[in-house]
Design a protein. Sequence first.
Length: 255
Amino acid sequence: MSDSQVIAAFAAARKSQSPLSHLPEPTAPDLDRAFRLQCAVTKELGWEQAGWKIGCTSERAQKALNASGPFPGTMFTNRVYRSGEAFPTIAENKRVVEPEVCFTMERSLPPRGRDYTLDEVMDAVAHVCVAIEVVNPRTPRGFGDDVPWFIVDGGLNEGIVLGEARKPLSRAQYSSLRGQVWWNGREMQAGVGSNALGGGDLALTWLANHLNGHGLGLQEGEIITTGVITEFFSAALGDDIEVVFEHLGNVTVKF
């Protein structure tokens, strides 16, 4: 099947929020082609890109998806919500709740011939917040398909709910901050910032250099969510979620 047919299939699934009946090709693409296809799906959708997500930054998430490492995904302005807002969803969605550290860029980091340092990346950050990423696969077997298809599928992002913006933390705080999550008032397994690639600052630097390696860069004003640090789970319609991160406050959502 041609790239254009793959792109059209995934763009249609993203718009409908419903899974594909079958994969457009029998064999998963390699990781480089998968990322190129992801970027092409973004163009096909015609939606304003709000920023990026980083999938599978924790060992737990990597084991759940049989992923060898992290991967990027796309987030769109029409699927960005604020704490306390209802999150629009349909019954067949998975609504996987992922509490994460999310950054907003103050300055762009354009592509260049060498990697960005941690200091350069963090100096370009405007602010940070606690966030709930909502994950929903559009692949036929959900989380049972191969990872490259998840990359084509925008990293499985369905949307994001943002807490209050705070000043950037110290480097040590990103790895040590404690995160808690409640599902309909029941406390789930907590976590620490280091669960996501060692800390949100390190995860953000990974993404900056991953994009740089593909001739892309982080842009001023973009939001970047850096991966789940607590237990993650699939919520039902009507469920209430609250997340509290040390130093960053809380964020809530209702489905």
